[in-house]
Write a protein that binds this ligand. Sequence first.
Ligand code: NAP
Length: 246
Amino acid sequence: MSEHRIALVTGASRGIGRAIALELANEGFDIGINYNGSEAAALELAAEIKKTGARAICLKCDVSDSTACGEMFKRLAEELGAPSVLVNNAGITRDGLMVSMSDEDFEAVLDTNLKGSFNCMKLASKYMIKQRYGRIVNISSVSGIMGNAGQTNYSAAKAGIIGLTKAAARELAGRDITVNAVAPGFVVSDMTDALSDKVKEAVTAQIPKKRFGRPEEIAKAVAFLCRESSAYITGQVLCVDGGMSM
Ligand code: NAP
């Protein structure tokens, strides 16, 4: 077993983050389960992970709050150990047409998706630089690559994550720290359950694979980038979208 075996997954209580946490636990990582509101779900996931033989702790923290993130990393390091893997998965949507979008909805989406990723990368990289090892994966979106009507805030945040990923990859490459993005297409989760059947049908028609993705399919791609053997892949965006963005 590698000495690098502590992973923090943000927004791990539900959906894609939950699947990533389980996949990494199956690959031998101990898991910091970050969540914001869904405490029961986070506790249930911790119990599930412990069944695999991995350790898990639940870390409540709003990733958009840099002070709270600092406290979360301190607890993680004290209770599990210094992180060698960070997956920035926490995300929200506040959809609406640009002409009527409020400042609050624009800023909330940027704060959670983009600034939250920056906050956690900044803190994780301090541990990783000391260890001279790290794997960071940021969850972007097909919306950040193609743009999506009704999602100016979300598309901007997810495109921003790609720039953040590439800049950090250049800063950290010399220390065996890779930084990559995974850009999912439309995936079955609470986030997409909110879409109407009509929208789901219209989206499915644009996907060459003719179906939404499953959280486990995103998790496999993330876990691949988190392996030690993925050392020569950095600054990349891996689209896991059934061919939607090609
Ligand atoms: P989801 O089911 O809505 O789950 C979102 C997760 O993020 C929850 O665990 C939630 O925790 C957490 N979260 C939200 N705000 C947070 C905050 N301020 N601090 C910490 N955690 C926070 O979403 P999902 O579909 O699994 O999406 C996961 C990621 O994939 C997001 O970044 C999303 O943008 C991206 N993505 C999703 C799709 C898709 O089709 N589903 C496509 C492309 C990209 P609590 O419940 O505890 O609040």
